[in-house]
Design a protein around this ligand. Sequence first.
Ligand code: HEC
Length: 181
Amino acid sequence: MSDQQDHSYHYNRGGMYAFMFSMVLVFSFFFYLVAIHKGVDLDEKVVDPHAPQAENAAPAFDINSVKEPWVSTPELVAYGKKQFETNCSMCHGPEGKGDGPAGQGLKPPPRNLVEGKWTQGVGAIAHFKVLEHGIPGSSMPSFGQLKAADRWALVQFVQSITQNKGNDTPAQIAEFAKTAK
Ligand code: HEC
């Protein structure tokens, strides 16, 4: 009888040691988390959008620093697109398809610049002249009040979306650009 009691006593004590040992483990783990590891900081992984990129980012595009705006670059096309959204898309549509809200009912209607069925000549030089003078007898206004560089950027954007780009050579365009104000 006492043997049996001893047995169960030892058995229970073993179980209790195991339980206590695991509790010690659990508490030391919490101690580790709270006191040593200082918890798991969820914010740790959140990337601050301003911090590292700000140093690496390209400086903002400045049209006034472009020496030859008649030479197309991706930056000029992107800048021209913004100018287009401000000055042209109300008539020519957001994608230049001739479907802007202010163009509805105009006669003749604003041109679909993507199809590029030009009446004033094909290519960058002809488009620059259209922006300078407008198209008399139509609602295509002159944009002579814009800086020449802005007009070139608009031309680069039109050239980027049209299927009818023309054959002006870079040399011809550069030659013309000297006279264009
Ligand atoms: C008030 C509406 C209106 C605005 C704003 C406007 N256009 Fe036009 N545009 C027209 C119309 C109308 C025509 C077609 C005229 C025609 O068929 O004679 C046209 C024609 C053109 C053409 C065709 C030239 C050709 O050779 O056929 C180009 C290129 C053009 N626009 C570019 C622009 C650009 C770039 C802007 C913005 C800077 C702009 N337009 C703003 C109404 C507008």
